[in-house]
Design a protein around this ligand. Sequence first.
Ligand SMILES: NC(=O)c1ccc[n+]([C@@H]2O[C@H](COP(=O)([O-])OP(=O)(O)OC[C@H]3O[C@@H](n4cnc5c(N)ncnc54)[C@H](OP(=O)(O)O)[C@@H]3O)[C@@H](O)[C@H]2O)c1
Length: 295
Amino acid sequence: MSLPSTFPLPASSQLSPSPIPPLTSIPSIGFGTYRLPSPRDASLTPLLQTAIDTGYTLIDTAQVYRNQTKIAHALRDIPNYQRSQICITTKLGMTHLGPKTRDAIETCLKELQVEYIDLFLIHWPGAAKLPPHSIKHKELRRESYETLQQAQRDGLIRAWGISNFQLHHLHELDDIGLPGPAVHQMEIHPLYFESTAKIRKWCTDRGIHLQAYSSFGGGELQQRADFMSEMAEIGGRDPYETLLLWAFAHGFSILPRSAHCDRVRKNYVLDCKPLSSEQVLQIDGLGSKYREKKM
Ligand SMILES: NC(=O)c1ccc[n+]([C@@H]2O[C@H](COP(=O)([O-])OP(=O)(O)OC[C@H]3O[C@@H](n4cnc5c(N)ncnc54)[C@H](OP(=O)(O)O)[C@@H]3O)[C@@H](O)[C@H]2O)c1
């Protein structure tokens, strides 16, 4: 049995009319680019070339990663890169929530050297430089939602989504009655599974696709030797592969990041044997054993 290469996106997120085709599905494996290239002055070309040759069809970046221009330069140097075959995701920085959203989209288009962005996410629900409980955050979010919808109608983005939203931010979307975010990108791995249950349910009830970031805890899980050996034991294979296959088993797309070409290839797990439902259940329960973050 092979794993799905894409996941569907909700019809409610596909606005029309739009001069460009809406994004109707999302690749199940994307290449994460946080902290890449490393070192900062290195080229991204070998990594992106490897990712494309291996089969990755999504690249995940963000304004705050400050690597959009480097990604554009790297893609320009890759002979078999075809813009229409790659889903480019980027994210609105916290300093641009609200009235600066349109400027941010235009800057991303310029830096990425593309005519449209496939998926544009609000990176964080809060704005920079405001007290955490200020009511201004909500007003600024609302302005960003409206700007993103307009950008979709203008053909600058194919879909928009959210990232790192808590339950009360999601309820606010219900109150506004907004046609939608297509994707919620959030940190999900076995240690943040039970604690994210309510947020995940809110999204799945509305068909909003869940994209899991930091499947390896941003590299921190490898320091939990006990957890990683249990992962290898339950999965009966490499613990990194197990973590990615566990996410797939729940219908999350994944964004593994590595600065090493051999790992970029290894993390492309679409052809691997899926975990059994018993293995998935065992891993689901590990959060309480290894202490989860409360959300
Ligand atoms: N929306 C958000 O707020 C948000 C937040 C965080 C991340 N993200 C997105 O999600 C992507 C992935 O998350 P992440 O960057 O936090 O990291 P991650 O993918 O959870 O972990 C990356 C770390 O794991 C190591 N690694 C990768 N593959 C490995 C393998 N097969 N074996 C052993 N070690 C391996 C990497 O080391 P090497 O580089 O040395 O291989 C690196 O230290 C990001 O790059 C970004 O695109 C989004």
